[in-house]
Design a protein around this ligand. Structure first.
Ligand code: NAD
Length: 336
């Protein structure tokens, strides 16, 4: 059985990445579109076989409740809109997939979780790396003890932003800078790679506020995570250079990924250095996105909780809030 997805937001990710992935899915299909641009929506609907009656805009969005073809709403909007459309989707009786970062604040994340709970609907966050073959293999090998006792985790994530007017660089729409958008991959990886929750953070921000791109949000932020086992996590996030790296150092070797969390082309080495490249077994889906989309469909069919439910998104946002606070107050922040 295939469950029906409505994609909200036909931008770079919703239209450019997610919509073409339904052809790789076994339990998910595209059935509706939500867009502020009727011409674009009509063109995309025609291309992907979505009936015109299943095109919605942001005003009539709530009438999705009367469309039985729609099981799941996938929110691919700027971060400040995630909470509103998740809560409206749940009120319309639909399950929700919401993009990362979950929302601009932990209070919004909590409201999203409560709304889905109240409606009896599932909420999953679009953490695609949990379905990506290289990341799954790295986690498996770390848990199997292949590098011995883990001592140190390191990850840098960044890309070069351009247009100073983009929503990502407007604090009200993004909730923050590189950390919210790309540094969250380093943070999330620190948690799923170590299998631990950090107990404290310490952060340092470096931003050229004269650069027109960084009037409202941070460029570089470096943060240290303390884990209960004594593992130190060291993460760096930036909007002024391209970098994508995940490294685990154990007392018997290293798990090294560069790039580690890209759409494709990820690489993995296990051992003392980079002499042993690993080709992982296939992930749960034909692609990481097929795995992700089908995971929520299967959770609904089998009444199970998604492995990256709303609570997982909330945990990252709570840590991100502590990272920002640490950078602002220049002190270690304990996480409770
Ligand atoms: P985008 O700017 O390309 O697309 C955003 C869409 O929202 C556009 O279609 C735009 O028209 C629409 N929109 C509606 N109201 C808007 C408003 N008031 N202001 C601006 N846009 C408005 O952005 P994107 O890159 O597609 O990002 C969308 C979401 O997807 C974000 O949460 C982002 O973090 C996430 N994302 C995730 C990944 C991933 O790998 N998981 C990759 C890219 C983006």
């Amino acid at each position: 059985r295939k469950l029906g997805y409505a994609i909200v937001g036909l931008g770079g990710y919703g239209l450019g990445v997610i919509i073409p992935q339904f052809k790789n899915c076994q339990h998910s299909k595209l059935v509706a579109l939500v867009s502020g641009d009727p011409v674009k929506a009509k063109r995309v609907a025609a291309e992907y076989g979505v009936p015109e009656r299943s095109i919605y805009d942001y005003k009539n969005f709530d009438s999705i409740k009367d469309n039985p073809d729609i099981d799941i709403v996938y929110v691919c909007l700027p971060v400040s809109m995630h909470a509103e459309y998740t809560i409206r989707a749940a009120a319309a009786g639909k399950h929700v997939m919401c993009e990362k970062p979950m929302a601009v604040s932990s209070a919004e994340c909590e409201a999203m979780i409560a709304a889905c709970k109240k409606a009896g609907k599932k909420l999953m966050i679009g953490y695609r790396c949990h379905f990506e073959a290289y990341n799954l293999e790295a986690v498996r090998r770390a848990r199997a003890g292949e590098i011995g006792k883990l001592r140190y985790f390191r990850s840098e994530h960044g890309f070069t932003t351009g247009n100073p007017n983009a929503w990502r660089l407007k604090k009200a729409m993004s909730g923050g800078g590189s950390l919210m958008d790309i540094g969250i991959y380093a943070l999330n990886a620190a948690r799923y790679m170590t299998g631990e929750e950090p107990i404290a953070v310490y952060a340092k921000e470096t931003t050229d506020r004269n650069d027109p791109r960084f009037r409202e949000v941070e460029d570089m932020i470096e943060f240290q995570l303390e884990f209960p086992s004594g593992v130190i996590g060291s993460c760096m996030s930036m909007y002024s250079a391209n970098q994508n790296h995940v490294l685990l150092v154990g007392d018997k070797g290293r798990i090294d990924m560069e790039p580690g969390t890209r759409y494709d082309g990820n690489k993995l080495w296990v051992g003392q250095d980079r002499s042993n490249p690993i080709t992982p077994p296939p992930g749960p889906g034909a692609t990481q996105w097929a795995g992700q989309l089908d995971h929520l469909s299967l959770c609904i069919i089998n009444n199970k909780e998604p492995i990256v439910a709303g609570e997982e998104g909330l945990r990252d946002i709570r840590i991100i809030e502590a990272v920002y606070r640490s950078a602002r107050e220049q002190k270690r922040i304990a996480l409770v």
